[in-house]
Design a protein around this ligand. Structure first.
Ligand code: SF4
Length: 231
C-alpha cells in the first residue's frame, strides 16, 4: 500500500460543477504541478506535517493526523464520515497521486461515486485509474494538454469540463480544442465558473455571444460552498 501527503479530509457540500449541491467527502491532496494566479488553495502547493481530519461535518473539531497517510487509513477516514455517497479527490492536483487514489477506490468499493477534480494536464496518470462507471472526471480546461488528457480518460468513466472565467480567457482557442476533440456539449456539459463568484458582465456577454454562435450549451455556475460560507 502506498501513502500520500494530504492537507485535509472532511465532509461538506460539493460547490462546483455537475455535482454542485451534493454532500461530499473531500480528500485534499498536497502539491500541484501548476501555479494559477487565481488559485484559492495556494496553501495546498506545499506538503504539510499533519492532515486535518474533521470527523463530523460542519463541526469545528479537527484531528491532526501525521502525514503521510496510508491508503488504508484514508479509506477508513472516508468510511467513518459516510459509508456511501460522493468522494471528491481534490487538491492541489489529485492526479499526482493517481496510484494512491486507485488503491483507495479499490478498498472502498462500489458504494461511492468518485469525483476527481483535476487540472487536466497529466494524461500519463490516467493509466493507473480503473475503468469504472462510478469514477467521474471534472476536467479544468487550462492549457493545450487538455486535448491529450481528455482523449486518455477511460471510456466507461464519466467526465465534464470546467472553464474558469479568467480575465484573459482565450475563448477562440478553447473552442478550437473542443472542436478538435469533437466534444458535444449535450453529453459533456461545459461549466463556466466565475472566479470568487465575481463576474465582469461585459466580458461574459462577449464569451456568451461566441459560445452561442458555435452552438455550445453551457452553464454559468458560482461556487456554492463560498456563498454558503462552507469549506
Ligand atoms: S491547478 Fe488548481 S490547485 Fe493547481 S494552482 Fe491551478 S487552481 Fe491551484
Amino acid at each position: 500500500m502506498s501513502s500520500a501527503n494530504i492537507q485535509e479530509i472532511f465532509r461538506s457540500i460539493q460547490g462546483e460543477g455537475l455535482y454542485s449541491g451534493v454532500p461530499a467527502i473531500f480528500v485534499r491532496f498536497s502539491e500541484c504541478n501548476l501555479r494559477c494566479g487565481y488559485c484559492d488553495t495556494k496553501r495546498s502547493w506545499r506538503k504539510t506535517k499533519h492532515c486535518l481530519y474533521q470527523p463530523v461535518e460542519f463541526s469545528r473539531r479537527q484531528v491532526r493526523v501525521p502525514n503521510d497517510i496510508s491508503a488504508e487509513d484514508c479509506a477508513d477516514m472516508i468510511f467513518w464520515l459516510a459509508p456511501q455517497g460522493l468522494v471528491s479527490f481534490t487538491g492541489g492536483e489529485p492526479l499526482l497521486q493517481a496510484k494512491y487514489i486507485a488503491e483507495v477506490i479499490k478498498l472502498l468499493g462500489t458504494k461511492y461515486t468518485y469525483l476527481i477534480e483535476t487540472n487536466g494536464t497529466l494524461p500519463q496518470a490516467l493509466k493507473y485509474l480503473p475503468e469504472q462507471k462510478n469514477i467521474v472526471y471534472s476536467v479544468d480546461l487550462k492549457n493545450q494538454k487538455f486535448v491529450s488528457f481528455y482523449k486518455a480518460i477511460p471510456k466507461k468513466s464519466q467526465k465534464y469540463i470546467k472553464i474558469v472565467l479568467e480575465k484573459d480567457l482565450d475563448i477562440t482557442n478553447i473552442l478550437a480544442m473542443l472542436k478538435s476533440l469533437r466534444v458535444a456539449s449535450a453529453t459533456n456539459p461545459l461549466f463556466l465558473q466565475p472566479i470568487d463568484n465575481k463576474l465582469d458582465k461585459k466580458q461574459l456577454q462577449k464569451w456568451m455571444y461566441i459560445l452561442d454562435k458555435s452552438g455550445y450549451k453551457y452553464r454559468i455556475t458560482p461556487q456554492i460552498h463560498k456563498s454558503l460560507r462552507l469549506k
